[in-house]
Design a protein around this ligand. Sequence first.
Ligand code: DGI
Ligand code: FE
Ligand code: FE
Length: 188
Amino acid sequence: MNREQLIEIVREQMPEKRWQHTLGVMETSVRLAEQYGADPAKAELAAILHDYCKYWQVDEQAEVVRESGRDLEVLEYDKQLWHAPAAAWIAEETFQIEDEDILNAIRYHTSGRPNMSLLEKIVGLADYIEPGRDFPGVERLRELAATSLDEALLAGFEGTIRVLLDQRKIVYPLTLLTRNDLVAKLNM
Ligand code: DGI
Ligand code: FE
Ligand code: FE
């Protein structure tokens, strides 16, 4: 399967608006990869697939995560987190992607994790700042992204955590560990 065929299949999984978001994440991931010295082709492939399962029924997302036999603890937390490990499993099983870095960039694009690779950071940050995003603070993230991947990603996760706290929601522990890891490294 070539790039164009994959893109068509991904596009069919989601409404047009979410597809436009995916295009934005692809474009931004490639740009950040060029800027920070990652492989643009890997960044684009992870971006193409990152939200593959976003519009599936949540029970289907959960089923895919269970089938994968990993990341099972995520099912005890917010449903919005499930599409990321689900998409990583589809990427591996359905699309035969074997590159662990690409799979992890998909798997951890929502939650993050401590010790994120360059590629994981790029896709996670691109998801926050792609051109279609319009939330309070996104301009600040775009500015930070021009000079520091880690500062921008930290600000992104802190914004997400803040919103969850304000809504009295449970925060996925991995997201907190990711935030703490970035703070510790930026303070070294
Ligand atoms: O899929 P997208 O909308 O493009 O972006 P995403 O994968 O980052 O979105 C997932 C949503 O999950 C995000 O808007 C916030 C929500 N969420 C709920 N609980 C948590 C969480 N996100 C993180 N990082 N951690 C949580 O505990
Ligand atoms: Fe997502
Ligand atoms: Fe996304």
